[in-house]
Design a protein around this ligand. Structure first.
Ligand code: C5P
Length: 400
């Protein structure tokens, strides 16, 4: 799985830097190409000579290696890599990565890197447990970075606790698993709807909802990273898409989203309907801005929008997989199961507004997946990228 993979290994100033030597050896043995980027503090723990000998490449540490005007391009390096692994990652470097403090070659490379990033923290127990570190790690998770959890044991400070960098073999295993999952959606066409819809009242007003689109965009990103050709139909959101595997269609209203979904679905292997589609729209749209005119109250007559999920459920052919979401405030399971059946879905992702950290406008989510064979899986609170991975794992098992 790692054969010919181009790996940037970022090393920061921790005693665990000594494990980087084993890590490089294990990666090279698997056929990977390793380019080390080390911070100035990292060099205090392991010498560039050791690292360049093992990786068979000069080690990069400074922007300017000579005083002759030549410099290392972190941009080229970031584009070269298939994956970036920061191991060991200190609390300081994690903080800089989380906040874009690009004051050394490693962090500038991280910011330029388009490839997936893995981070293996290594630090003292209390530093790891500190809310600052935990918040920074959550921030990295929200960027889609993969955190390789440190293990528990004796630390350099002689304190026992969680903070030891994961062992090199285990890190290599995680990278292998990651690349193994990459191609599982190769050539699969997946439709994703995301974000809210805006239902026009007049030229300046609309009926909308709090959906940010983050969950749907994370799903699109994960599917694309696993090799799928994604069509993302997005309601009005302020998120950019960068992955070349994503074709984005921007829409505003439920009707526009419906038309795009209906025309694209027949070509798809699967659809994940994540959008918070308005159930109703104003029956008439005022051509001019509606005036207050001292009315005590006004009435807007609403008419039902088409249910995209239910419509695709009718069109679904054998072998096509259809997944939906349910966001409920009460009797969650009952409503989710009802939607699963009524809309002819293969599985439904239930998230509750009652769970702290789940639902709209958060970076995290807590879900359960209910499938049409009666299976129910509950997941813990995770970043929306990690949740998206779990959902796409489920989709993959059904597409096989
Ligand atoms: O709105 P409701 O709770 O029924 O949404 C459940 C699922 O149906 C979601 O996956 C949502 O994207 C989808 N849906 C849809 N078209 C609608 C309403 C909901 O595709 N008009």
């Amino acid at each position: 799985m790692l054969k010919d993979k181009k790996i940037i290994l970022g090393i920061t100033g921790s005693i665990a830097a000594c494990k980087a030597a084993y890590l490089i050896r294990a990666l090279i043995r698997k056929g990977a190409e390793v380019q080390v980027v080390i911070t100035p503090a990292g060099k205090e723990f392991i010498t560039p000579l050791t690292l360049s000998t093992l990786s068979r490449h000069p080690v990069i540490s400074e922007f300017f290696s000579n005083r002759d005007g030549t410099w290392h391009s972190h941009v080229d390096l970031g584009l070269w890599a298939d994956v970036m692994l920061v191991a060991p990652a200190t609390a300081a470097s994690i903080g800089k990565m989380a906040h874009g403090i690009a004051d050394n070659m490693l962090i500038t490379t991280y910011l330029s890197c388009k490839a997936p990033v893995f981070v293996a923290p290594a630090m003292d127990r209390d530093m790891f447990a500190h809310p600052a570190t935990q918040q920074n790690l959550n921030k990295l998770r929200s960027f889609g970075n993969h955190i390789i959890e440190p293990t528990e044991g004796e630390l350099a400070s002689r304190i026992e606790g969680k903070g030891r960098m994961e062992e090199p073999d285990k890190i290599v295993e995680q990278l292998e698993n990651f690349f193994a999952s990459q191609n599982l959606l190769h050539k699969k066409k997946i439709l994703i709807t995301a974000g809210p819809t805006y239902e026009k009242i007049d030229p300046v007003r609309f009926i909308g909802n709090y959906s940010s689109g983050r969950m749907g965009f994370a799903l699109a990103e994960i599917c694309a990273r696993r090799g799928a050709e994604v069509t993302l139909i997005a309601g009005p959101v302020s998120i950019a898409t960068e992955h070349p595997g994503i074709t984005r269609i921007d829409v505003e209203s439920a009707e526009e989203m419906y038309l795009e979904a209906i025309t694209t679905f027949s070509d798809m292997h699967a659809a994940i309907l994540c959008a918070a589609v308005a159930d109703y729209r104003p029956e008439t749209v005022s051509a001019e801005k509606m005036k207050r005119e001292d009315k005590e109250a006004i009435t807007l007559r609403l008419t039902a929008n088409k249910d995209i999920a239910a419509s695709l459920g009718v069109l679904k052919r054998k072998g096509q997989i259809l997944a939906g979401f349910a966001l409920e405030t009460k009797d969650e399971m009952i409503h989710a199961l009802d939607k699963l059946k009524r809309k002819n879905l293969d599985f439904i992702v239930l998230n509750s507004l009652n769970e702290p950290g789940a639902g709209f406008r958060t970076d995290t989510n807590k879900i359960s997946i209910l499938d049409n064979k009666g299976g129910i899986t509950d997941y813990t609170l995770k970043s929306k990228h990690e949740v998206a991975s779990d959902i796409v794992d489920k989709l993959q098992t059904l597409l096989k």
